[in-house]
Write a protein that binds this ligand. Structure first.
Ligand code: GAL
Length: 685
């Protein structure tokens, strides 16, 4: 592939030839090259420039642009323009529009106003993708394709008539008979039994603001399925035309979408759009937050779960702001480099800045790119140039894999279920935040692992410890994988509310934690939300260490039927159940499983990392203050250590052994100063 080939880490930018006079193009491209930018992403909103009228195709506009990129030796990622259907299309075929839940159509004027299931939209999308690919894919400078733009961004719920029709087909395929659907959705409750497929709709407005949860779970799966099919339809076409070595990708990670499936079916790799400056928007900034722009490391870890080596299609390079919302200041000197290195530290080998010039018209007039309105050389362009120079000194890092001994398990069923189930959502949200922050602040790298996309437990065996905070829905496949992982020596930690639902989201009539009972050696005779009178927290004594358990309490007991006896490792020390088990440890095969009765707080998660021996794995090489993130990428046995200072002020880091500073090209040891927003990449010798 011409990107992410393990040979280079490169820079690009998002360019909109249609926003500027053609007279500027050559000068812009020349300046890009002079500043280390070799690749541009173009055309993702420019349907009209190829099909100005229905069925009339005119390739001359992008041909002129590609003549230049071909001649100048630049690389182009071409976007399929389906995120913004033209006005002629939506006016003539209003059925392509998405609708609100109450049926009101989203009209032309913004973007993503279409739905995936309209046969007309599918047909017209197929045609524009086919025409664009047939014409442009052979061009020398075109190296890859981006499908649409940020699938499921802005809106990730679809309520058009086409969606209802497609939902019925999805359900027929899944359940075959209405009897099975009625069973799975528990429609006997409140007399919802369906007697004909035509009685089923995408969820509609209901009087009690509550819709059948099992139906909604299937609806979210349906949205994901619709989006994946739309992406595959495009990718199948693109693959007929792309040159050997060219790639197909898309950008962003959005909700109600199984990104893993989309990647497996349609993409060579995923790219992410990283805007850490959101952390400095007014509202966000007013909140006390030790994590701020480091939160984007969580998104980057999610991206890495989809593609271990990925690209950044849009990297923040200027101030945020549409004409209506989201103001944030211009990145300060050093921040653009810091955020670029944050992406690279997590596995990105391509970073493309959004955008070259700031738009002078439209919704995004305040969303700044590298250059301001005038286009004159500026501080941010100089910083891009200096990033390019730094990259020249660390090309050997390309293709290196992020290294983590801790895994946090997830799966799409539980993500979808947590959106609609308030209880699940509350515990899941709290624990995911806590685990991320504990890992981030203690310098403990972790990976997200999607259990529903794990084929064999051996894929998990590299993780010393796996957290699966609240796997509410548990499947047979998940159960088997977890048992195998632990049996073969792994350490599994699960939190409250595990295993009490089946794949339809119905509660199991079993001793909890249901399918996790065997591996955890735990029985849960009772459970309760923690009373607000307790402040939503109860305390636990874990072998003399006091920890908090948040939101919800499972009251535990070692399962008497377990083959190897489970032991009580911690007890509640507050509320009426003080003195009863809060933490159970179960030796299982060569490994062990832990059942923790609550949701995690950051401090609690830190104690788990500490007691399970996985905290700060690089502490013997480097000591750094909390304001720094530590990441390691490894290739051919060589490890590269990234140190990123998110603080505005300089900090000292101590290298406990000699390492090579790649930027300064010299061996260093001892105390080093990292300037405010400073970044370092060391080769561990
Ligand atoms: C991204 C999107 C871009 C641009 C940018 C700034 O989400 O892909 O097209 O809109 O945000 O708003």
């Amino acid at each position: 592939m011409k990107l992410l080939n393990g040979e280079s880490i490169t820079l690009g930018t998002c360019y909109y030839p249609e926003h500027w006079s053609g007279d500027l193009w050559e000068e812009d491209l020349t300046r890009m090259l002079a500043n280390g930018i070799k690749t541009v992403r173009i055309a993702e909103f420019a349907w009209n420039k190829i099909e100005p009228e229905e069925g009339v195709f005119d390739y001359s506009f992008f041909d002129r642009f590609l003549d230049l990129t071909d001649r100048m030796g630049m690389q182009v990622i071409f976007g399929t323009p389906t995120a913004t259907p033209p006005a002629w299309l939506t006016t003539k075929y209003p059925e392509v529009l998405n609708a609100r839940q109450d049926g009101v159509l989203y009209r032309h004027g913004a973007r993503r106003h279409y739905n995936y299931n309209s046969p007309v939209y599918q047909e017209l999308s197929r045609r524009i993708v086919e025409k664009a690919a047939a014409h442009y894919a052979g061009r020398k400078s075109v190296i890859g394709w981006q499908i649409d733009n940020e699938l499921n961004c802005e809106l990730s719920e679809f309520y058009s008539e086409s969606d209802t029709l497609a939902f019925r087909e999805f359900l027929k395929k899944k359940y075959d008979t209405l009897a099975q659907l009625n069973q799975a959705w528990g429609t006997v409750f409140w007399n919802q039994t369906y007697t004909a497929w035509e009685e089923i709709f995408v969820p509609r407005t209901t009087c009690s603001d509550s819709t059948n949860p099992h139906e909604v779970l299937d609806y979210l799966r349906f949205i994901s399925d619709s989006c994946c099919r739309f992406a595959k339809m495009q990718s199948d076409i693109l693959r007929k035309y792309i040159k050997p070595g060219d790639f197909v990708t898309t950008n962003g990670l959005f909700g109600n979408l199984d990104n893993h499936r989309m990647r497996e079916e349609s993409l060579d790799f995923i790219t992410y759009d990283s805007y850490p400056n959101f952390a400095y928007c007014l509202d966000a900034y007013q909140k006390e937050d030790r994590i701020r722009d480091r939160k984007w490391s969580r998104n980057l870890a999610e991206t890495r779960a989809v593609s271990p080596i990925f690209g950044i299609m849009e990297q923040q390079s200027g101030a945020n702001g549409w004409n209506t919302r989201m103001e944030a200041p211009t990145p300060e000197p050093g921040q653009l480099t810091l955020w670029t290195m944050q992406s690279i530290a997590h596995g990105s080998d391509y970073v493309s800045y959004f955008r070259w010039r700031t738009a002078t018209m439209g919704t995004e007039i305040y969303w700044h790119g590298i250059l301001d309105y005038s286009g004159r050389d500026n501080r941010r362009l100089a910083e891009v140039r200096s990033v390019h120079e730094k990259l020249q000194k660390m090309q050997q890092v390309s293709g290196a894999r992020y290294e983590a001994r801790v895994g946090i398990l997830k799966d799409y069923d539980n993500i979808f279920d947590a959106q609609l189930d308030v209880w699940h959502g509350r515990v899941e949200k709290a624990s995911q935040k806590a685990l991320f922050e504990a890992c981030q602040l203690t310098h403990t790298p972790f990976d997200y692992c999607y259990l529903d996309h794990v084929k064999d437990a051996s894929e998990l065996s590299g993780y010393q410890v796996l957290f699966y905070p609240h796997a509410t829905i548990m499947t047979r496949k998940g159960k088997a994988l977890l048992e195998d992982y632990v049996r073969n020596g792994g350490t599994l930690v699960v939190g409250c509310r595990s295993g009490y639902k089946d794949e339809h989201g119905q509660c199991v009539m079993d001793h909890l934690p249901g399918m996790l009972r065997e591996v955890t050696g735990t029985d849960i005779p009772e459970y309760t939300m923690i009373s607000p009178a307790e402040g939503g927290i109860v305390t636990v004594d874990w072998d003399g260490t006091a920890i908090d358990a948040a939101v919800f309490s499972d009251l535990l007991t070692p399962d008497q039927g377990a083959e190897t006896p489970a032991e009580t490792a911690g007890v509640y020390t507050s509320n009426y159940y003080a003195g009863t088990p809060a933490l159970i440890r179960h030796p299982y095969g060569k490994g062990q499983a832990w059942y923790f009765g609550g949701a995690f707080t950051e401090k609690t998660a830190e104690v788990f990392l500490e007691k399970l021996g996985v905290i700060a794995p690089y502490g013997e090489i480097l000591q750094a203050p909390e304001t720094c993130e530590i990441a390691v990428r490894e290739k051919d046995g060589v490890k590269y250590l990234f140190v990123l200072n998110y603080g505005k002020t300089p900090v000292e880091v101590t290298l406990k052994r000699q390492v090579k500073d790649l930027f300064d090209d010299k061996d260093v040891q001892g105390v080093q100063t990292l300037e405010g927003y400073g970044t370092k990449v060391y080769e561990i010798l």
